[in-house]
Design a protein around this ligand. Structure first.
Ligand code: NAD
Length: 263
């Protein structure tokens, strides 16, 4: 039997690389999905390619409390509730040392990557409690367990959601709701293209190219390559499904071995 048969998932960042891969895999495994993103054109394309019988979308900004409350309600109205919440929307911010990092960019990264996740939990938990349980998966990062020079806002945000996840796991266990993070290393999506380009611009050195930057990132990964979005989606599916019924409060790496070495 399909592993997510009869389940419904609410996925933020559903128009992006990883969110979209999760939506495709979850629906292929029998789930119905409601995708949330601020990019309507991209959402429409994903829903069309999956099919409206198993996918719907909601345009919302995860940083705005009333929009979060409203997307949760719309998903419940459309699919009658949900069993899985993937708090996955995120932005990378800039590559810049802390002393030069613009305050407004720092605040925006925290708003999307931290407040956006917390708001999601605030409105999703009561819906799942009423349903009798569920699984919440938060997309953190290898930047959630170690420092990354030049990426103070992103690194701060991805550490923060691990603390948030652990607290939510403790609060939610009596309700039958499991909460975990997935922590990817560099994955082939728009976000890595953006980071590579920012690294090149920050270096201001013609020897530093996008290709060489990618090689340098890959060289720090024992498997010597970026992951692809489907490889992250498969871990998300495990955590979303009943296969992981005894897993809560966990930090799950999907990083080609990046975190295995000494710091
Ligand atoms: P992506 O840019 O393809 O997708 C992110 C999505 O989030 C986009 O569709 C974007 O429109 C959406 N989004 C951003 N701000 C939003 C807002 N305020 N409201 C609603 N939607 C918003 O990048 P991705 O690689 O798919 O990233 C997904 C998640 O994975 C992010 O949390 C990211 O930090 C995390 N992650 C990515 C990598 C990587 O290398 N790509 C590695 C580790 C963790």
């Amino acid at each position: 039997m399909a592993r997510l048969s009869g389940k419904t998932a609410l996925i933020t960042g559903g128009a992006g690389g990883i969110g979209q891969a999760a939506a495709r895999l979850f629906t292929a495994e029998g789930a119905r999905v409601a995708l949330v993103d601020r990019d309507e054109a991209a959402l429409q394309a994903v829903v069309q390619s999956i099919g409206e019988e198993s996918a719907s979308y909601i345009v919302a900004d995860v940083t705005q409390p009333e929009q979060v409350e409203s997307y949760v309600k719309t998903a419940v109205d459309r699919w009658g509730g949900f069993d899985i919440y993937l708090a996955n929307a995120g932005i990378e911010g800039m590559v810049s040392p802390i002393s030069d990092y613009p305050i407004d960019v720092f605040e925006q990264v925290i708003a999307v990557n931290v407040t956006g996740v917390w708001l999601g939990l605030k409105y999703v938990i009561p819906v799942m409690r009423e349903r009798g349980g569920g699984s919440i998966v938060i997309t953190s990062s290898t930047a959630g367990i170690g420092g990354t020079a030049g990426m103070s806002a992103y690194t701060t945000s991805k550490h923060a959601v691990i603390g948030m996840m652990r607290t939510a796991a403790l609060e939610c266990a009596p309700m039958g709701i499991r909460v975990n993070t997935v922590n990817p290393a560099p994955i082939e999506t728009r976000m890595m293209r953006s980071l590579e380009e920012m690294r090149v611009a920050a270096a201001d050195d013609s020897e530093v190219t996008v290709e060489r930057t990618k090689q340098a990132y890959s060289a720090r990964i024992p498997l010597q390559r970026y992951g692809n979005p489907e490889e992250v989606a498969r871990l998300m599916m495990f955590l979303a499904s009943d296969d992981s019924s005894y897993c809560t409060g966990g930090v799950y790496m999907v990083d080609g071995g990046r975190s295995a070495g000494s710091p």
